[in-house]
Design a protein around this ligand. Structure first.
Ligand code: GUN
Length: 296
């Protein structure tokens, strides 16, 4: 039996949050305004509402100002754009986030393009994606979940350099930016990266070779025990709602990994909930703080 460490997000996220809280209080004590995050949500998707509540609460915890703009599901794209232009011009707002997914009548790319790259704390703007790809990490914002994964591994002293990282999932929010990040020529990155996705043939052939396996495909229990290498590190990015008659909400959250069986063979595995999700929010705060410092 391997000595599994269960890599929870809470201690790592709290360390980041406390660090930011202290830095904010120093700036505010010097007479500066606090960092500000503008959050826009369109419609009433319960999962999105939960994420956004969490983001707004986390801002308060570290001393940020937050501005929540809630728009009805049928809001015209032009009106959503007007709100973004307003936040772009607002000198008390350092970061702007439009919660995804958006209703189908709104073009997500137009929305992403409208946010000033320096305020794009999600790291979705093509300028920021391009800079990540070019290795210019110091003057860009990187997508929060990939950053959170690196921070989590680093918190638990899990070495990435030279390791084979296999990413399952090719989204613009997680899979692709994570691959770019892991590939960076830096002492604590430097991974060898393989990308798999829903059309990969014989996915087990690849996942079994992973020293670090990142599951970000959005399918509950997708990664099962026979698919992993014994003693590997498993990062579960999935947040899937599955029916659960025993829960008073009628559902429970599960990851992309079949935790029960995989945890017996892995060296370390992140739980859902309480794993990567907490790190994502911590990195949103860090990106917003970095934008604030650049502007101060
Ligand atoms: N939806 C799921 N993840 C994210 C994220 O990181 N940012 C935004 N804006 N929407 C999301």
């Amino acid at each position: 039996e391997l000595n599994s460490i269960f890599s929870k997000g809470k201690p790592a996220a709290n360390r980041v949050k406390n660090e930011i809280k202290e830095l904010v209080s120093k700036r505010v004590n010097l007479g500066n305004r606090p960092p500000g995050l503008g959050v826009i949500i369109v419609g009433e998707n319960p999962a999105s509402q939960a994420y956004v509540r969490n983001k707004v609460r986390s801002c308060a915890e570290v001393g940020f100002k937050s501005l929540l703009i809630e728009l009805p599901v049928h809001v015209p794209e032009s009106m959503l754009l007007e709100h973004i232009y307003g936040l772009n011009l607002d000198n008390t707002i350092d970061g702007i986030l439009v919660q995804q997914p958006l209703p189908t009548h709104i073009n997500e790319f137009n929305i992403t393009m409208a946010i000033l790259p320096e305020k794009d704390v999600d790291g979705f703007h093509p300028v920021n994606v391009g800079k990540l790809s070019l290795g210019r990490l110091n003057d860009t914002h990187v997508s929060c979940t990939p950053l959170g994964i690196i921070e989590l591994l680093s918190h638990y002293s899990i070495d990435i350099s030279g390791k084979h990282a296999v990413i399952v999932g090719r989204s613009n929010i997680v899979g692709k930016p994570l691959a770019s990040l892991l590939l960076q020529k830096k002492p604590f990155l430097n991974a060898t990266v393989t990308m798999c996705h829903s059309n990969t043939k014989d996915i087990s052939y690849f996942t079994k070779q992973a020293d670090i396996l990142i599951a970000a495909i959005g399918i509950p229990y997708f990664i099962k025990m026979p698919m992993i290498k014994r003693g590997s590190v498993i990062v579960d990015v999935g947040i899937n709602r599955v029916d659960d008659a025993l829960s008073n909400t009628g559902f429970k959250l599960v990851g992309d990994v079949d935790f029960g069986e995989v945890s017996r063979e892995a060296f370390a595995i992140t739980p859902v909930p309480g794993g990567v999700g907490l790190m994502t929010i911590a990195m949103l705060l860090r990106n917003t703080f970095n934008a604030y410092i650049k502007k101060l």
